[in-house]
Design a protein around this ligand. Structure first.
Ligand code: GTP
Ligand code: SPV
Ligand code: MN
Length: 585
């Protein structure tokens, strides 16, 4: 390595953390095999059944380290206001002092892996280089699957001193001393005392969303918690759709959906399942790339029925985390097609599993890591340096009540307001209570690296720079009946909703204007072949005016948090909604 800026920073970090050895990773297959063997030797990775899960491993994380911890995640800007009311804030000097103390000698007796990675397609104006220094071999192998790791990154970096810096140590895993501190001014993130997911795979939420988001704001682009998919119609025309849904609310499933039988003439192409970087193209359209190269997907609920493309993706060369393990070294989780082979099954903590205990065998946030290239429907454009042009943006939520299956924003500005007011039930992807409705604007509440009011302003500004902005939709697959069962079949049948959206984009689908936005007329939504009684469809497309009035009023509390910094356009949209609701009955 002859990039002086990288070398200096790695040396300084090694002096502080005192690892026994420093290993620079190149990204070769041979090196990956060596890392896997090291993981096995350390007891971090357990080889799975060689025929039923070729090249695949199980990792069990510490039982108190199973999801992102938002309470230990900080944005460290000189002014508290630049982190804003939705982020934890720490003054950079204080954060550095705390981190110096915790990282001092933290890697003693361990190896520090230097992991160079490229976010985005090689040679693309979208793309950025990052490095993660980590003492976790589990993180190192995950980074190999999740990013374009090694030589390709060094090539893109050349002699430049501009790269994202990530320093990670599993430390003691003490949740009380866990810190994930972001320094947007330094393009740096430091993470200690967690080895799991977004806390530890720093390329993902820390860099590609929080730090890249702050950089994108300065440079005029967006880093979003979005999947990106292409939908090819029977005439061979491909329309690209991006969508933000909060963690564990359906991005991965939608991004590689297998259209329900009736839509067999349509093909879905997956560009990305979790993160999108968006720029205004020369033609005035919005273009997206997926900065990542792999999936870190939710296992429970994944099956040949719900997501056959993912089942094919994870058939080989996959790292499973916190799933259950059958006696024959095959993996299992709740929602898999085949019943649990209970005899000798170990739960996610490795303890004998007793289904009668009522405990789940797999952790609800159990995950798998696999390369996007293994997905049978990976888009031919996923590695295109230009990105793909986006025709529609979805803001989705998990709501058992109120929010219809789908509706369309009147304008870009109204769409930004729909994103900004997104409300969704919390899930197992983050530590804490699940099923609690909270504001999760653009599904970015945990991932926005700067003041969210400025983020809304940035979104509004992007719209003014787009000659043909994408249409914006709100979707909700999770409306339930009185007994808590989903009213909408979801998964492959979400193609029915996408079909309406495509037809809207191409100017041929009917919609009814309601106070909240354009809803599909019942006839415009293709429900042929579904066992969906008309009254259930009516509930799914219902706009309860009284309930929406309450909902609109409740947005005031959320908006007030931002004081004067909130763009006036959002309050105007709120007022316009209240006026429309007043006018309707
Ligand atoms: P993160 O990786 O945390 O960002 O999650 P995600 O948004 O990619 O969610 P994912 O697609 O992994 O789905 C999360 C959970 O919701 C899984 O258990 C899925 O089986 C379930 N799910 C996804 N789509 C649907 C749907 O259309 N209907 C229903 N009922 N459940 C769904
Ligand atoms: C999410 O929580 O949105 C994830 C998983 O995609 S993690 O990498 O832990 O952030
Ligand atoms: Mn996510």
């Amino acid at each position: 390595m002859n990039n002086p800026a990288v070398r200096q920073w790695v040396d300084a970090t090694a002096r502080l953390t005192a690892p026994d050895r420093v290993v620079w990773l190149q990204g070769s297959d041979e090196e990956y095999r060596r890392l896997l063997a090291e993981g096995v030797a350390q007891g971090q990775l357990l080889p799975l059944h060689p025929q039923r899960h070729p090249g695949s491993y199980l990792h069990r994380s510490h039982p108190r380290d199973v999801a992102r911890t938002e309470q230990s995640t900080y944005i460290c800007t000189p002014h508290r206001d630049d982190a804003g009311p939705t982020n934890n804030w720490m003054a950079p000097d204080d954060a550095h002092a705390t981190l110096r103390r915790l990282f001092q000698g933290a890697m003693r007796g361990r190896t520090m892996y230097v992991v160079p990675y490229l976010l985005g397609p090689p040679g693309s104006p979208f793309s950025r280089v990052g490095f993660e220094l980590t003492d976790s071999v589990y993180v190192a192998v995950n980074m190999r699957l999740m990013t374009r790791m090694g030589a390709v990154a060094l090539e893109q970096l050349g002699a430049s001193a501009e790269f994202f810096k990530g320093v990670h140590s599993t430390g003691t895993l003490d949740p009380e001393q866990r810190y994930i501190c972001h320094f947007p001014q330094e393009s740096a993130v430091w993470s200690i005392n967690s080895g799991y997911g977004g806390n530890a795979l720093l390329s993902k939420k820390c860099v590609a969303l929080r730090l890249a988001g702050a950089q994108g704001r300065r440079e005029g682009w967006l880093a979003e918690h979005m999947f990106v998919m292409g939908i090819e119609d029977p005439h061979g025309r491909t329309t690209y759709v991006a969508g933000a849904l909060p963690s564990s609310c359906g991005k991965t499933n939608l991004a590689m959906l297998k259209p329900a039988g009736r839509f067999s003439g349509y093909k879905v192409w997956c560009v990305g399942d979790d993160i999108a970087w968006l720029r205004v193209g020369r033609d005035g359209r919005l273009y997206a790339v997926n900065p990542e190269a792999g999936f870190f997907g939710v296992a429970p609920g994944t099956s040949a029925k719900t997501n056959p493309n993912m089942m094919a993706t994870i058939a080989t060369n996959t790292i499973f985390t916190n799933v259950a393990l059958a006696a024959d070294r095959t993996v299992w989780w709740e929602g898999l097609d085949r019943p649990a082979d209970v005899r000798g099954m170990a739960d996610w903590q490795g303890k004998p599993w007793d289904p009668a205990s009522g405990q789940k065998a797999a952790h609800p946030n159990a995950r798998f890591t696999a390369p996007i290239a293994q997905c049978p429907v990976t888009s031919p454009a996923w590695n295109d340096p230009e990105g793909v042009p986006i025709s529609a943006i979805l803001f989705g939520c998990r709501r058992s009540t109120l929010v219809p299956l789908v509706y369309e924003a009147f304008t870009w500005r109204h769409g930004v307001y729909l994103g900004a007011t997104l409300n969704s039930e919390t899930t197992a992807a983050a530590a804490g209570a699940t099923g609690v409705v909270r504001r999760d604007p653009m599904a970015m509440l945990p991932f926005c690296g700067y003041n969210m009011a400025d983020y809304f302003a940035h979104w509004l500004d992007m719209g003014t720079r787009l000659a043909s902005p994408p249409r914006i939709y709100r979707v909700n697959w999770f409306r339930t009946d009185a007994r808590g069962a989903c009213l909408w079949p979801g998964f492959g049948d979400n193609m029915r909703v996408l079909k309406w959206i495509l037809d809207r984009c191409h100017g041929s689908a009917e919609a009814a204007a309601t106070p909240i936005g354009y809803l599909p007329t019942p006839a415009a939504l293709d429900t042929e072949g579904l066992d969906l009684p008309p009254e259930r469809l009516q509930t799914l497309l219902d706009v309860d005016v009284a309930a929406w009035r309450d909902a609109a009023r409740r947005q005031t509390d959320f908006f007030s948090k931002f004081g004067e910094r909130l763009p006036g356009a959002l309050r105007e949209e709120q007022q316009a909604l209240m006026d429309r609701l007043k006018g309707s009955g």
